[in-house]
Write a protein that binds this ligand. Structure first.
Ligand code: PMP
Length: 399
């Protein structure tokens, strides 16, 4: 329970809800919900092209959020912030646009073995179109990327590296500064998938040095249907548009169209204005809580939960890297993750089961999937105790 999140008061099958599916999506604080309502009650209007009052107000607030995101991730310029529908669209944007421009037959793109399907399939599509191929960075049993092998994957055909900052399945925090330094030493740009990091640690894209950084609003206490693609100006300027339509053009004739400047070149059509404003409120909310405080809170929960969960008979944790966020993937004996998830659900505990859109990780461990508990700012040690008690209770049933 938390005063800012009414949904956490819900009862599920007569039990108090224990929401531990935050890596899939976080709940939204009341202030974010209020922003969405306020937008539609008082401000709804299409942005950028209207001469009237509401359009001007909506445009100003939308652009203010762009500046807020810029400051939040310490980008150099506001026009390096492109609003998208989420991480998936952000990565598809880069894979398509970068692929059209820079991928040719025989080229290579490096991804890691612990990527979400969203950071694999768009690159496979781009590679297929270009006649290029993927190279994969392996990881250890603990879930740590092998930087030595990573270095050996570079050659004169390498065009881009795409890795996640944090693995949604293993919880590993990857050394993105180091991965970037190595990529740049080979004059190769790097995209970082920040879907699982953005709400759990301070992110500074200039300190990382990456060329692209992608994330989703709904995993950072904001609305669904909105996200961000940050790209360095120098590289974005060289890329062709991803989608054609309104807003992204300067002039259109049937003979030739010229494109708008950044960021509009990559924002074709009417964006999710209310959701962008909601994202702005989510950032303010996180800043009020203190990003470092959130990270410290989740780190304490991770340590507490790891210790308690390992006391459950037959419980194995997948992802034991020294640097982790509050994500615990586990299996109970030989039981199927879905059975564990279903029993926990009946006790009011929401966890995720399955491959978590990371089938290559499951193949790496030779398992069908895991049960995943993931934490957020409102998660409490009492909730972890409830999870652990439930696991003690159900473990004997499944052995
Ligand atoms: N990358 C990672 C690491 C993720 O965890 C997710 C969501 N589970 C995504 C990408 C895709 O995010 P979205 O579905 O919000 O586009």
């Amino acid at each position: 329970m938390h005063p800012d999140f009414k949904i956490l008061d819900s009862k599920v099958y007569g039990h108090q809800l224990v929401y531990l599916d935050n890596a899939a999506t976080t709940q939204k604080p009341q202030c974010v919900i209020d922003t969405l309502t306020r937008y539609y009650e008082t401000l709804n209007s299409n942005i950028h092209r209207g001469a009237h009052y509401l359009a001007a107000q909506a445009t100003e607030q939308y652009e203010q959020v762009r500046r807020k995101v810029q400051q939040f991730i310490n980008a150099r310029y506001a026009h390096e912030i492109i609003f998208t529908r989420g991480t998936t669209e952000s990565i598809n944007l880069v894979a398509s646009s970068f692929g059209w421009k820079y991928l040719h037959p025989g080229d290579e793109v490096i991804v890691s073995g612990m990527e979400h399907h969203s950071n694999i399939v768009p690159w496979q599509l781009a590679c297929e179109r270009a006649g290029a191929k993927l190279q994969v960075i392996p990881f250890s049993d603990e879930g740590v990327l092998d930087l030595h092998v990573y270095e050996t994957l570079f050659n004169e055909h390498t065009r881009l590296v795409a890795v996640n900052h944090v693995s949604n399945t293993l919880g590993t925090i990857n050394p993105v500064e180091e991965l970037t330094r190595i990529a740049h030493a080979h004059s190769v740009p790097i995209l970082v998938d920040g879907a699982q990091s953005i709400a759990h640690m301070p992110v500074d894209v200039q300190a990382i040095g990456c060329d692209f950084y992608c994330f989703s609003g709904h995993k950072m206490y904001g609305p669904m249907g909105v996200g961000v693609m940050y790209g360095r100006e120098e590289i974005l300027d060289t890329l062709p548009p991803y989608q054609g339509g309104g807003e992204m053009i300067k002039e259109v004739t049937f003979e030739k169209t010229t494109y708008n400047e950044l960021p509009f070149k990559f924002e074709a059509g009417t964006p999710a204005v209310g959701d962008v404003l909601g994202l702005g409120t989510a950032i303010e909310y996180m800043e009020q809580q203190g990003i470092q405080q959130l990270a410290d809170h989740e780190d304490r929960l991770l340590r507490y939960a790891t210790e308690k969960m390992l006391e459950v008979e037959g419980l194995r944790i997948f992802g034991t890297a020294p640097n982790k966020v509050g994500v615990i993937s586990f299996l109970l004996g030989a039981s199927h993750p879905y059975d564990v998830g279903t029993l926990l659900d009946k006790l009011g505990i929401a966890v995720r089961t399955g491959h978590h859109c990371t089938q290559p990780i499951m193949d790496r461990y030779g398992i069908p999937g895991t049960v995943r508990a993931s934490f957020a700012l409102y998660t409490t040690t009492e909730e972890i105790d409830i999870l652990v008690q439930a696991l003690h209770r159900i473990a004997p049933m499944l052995m």
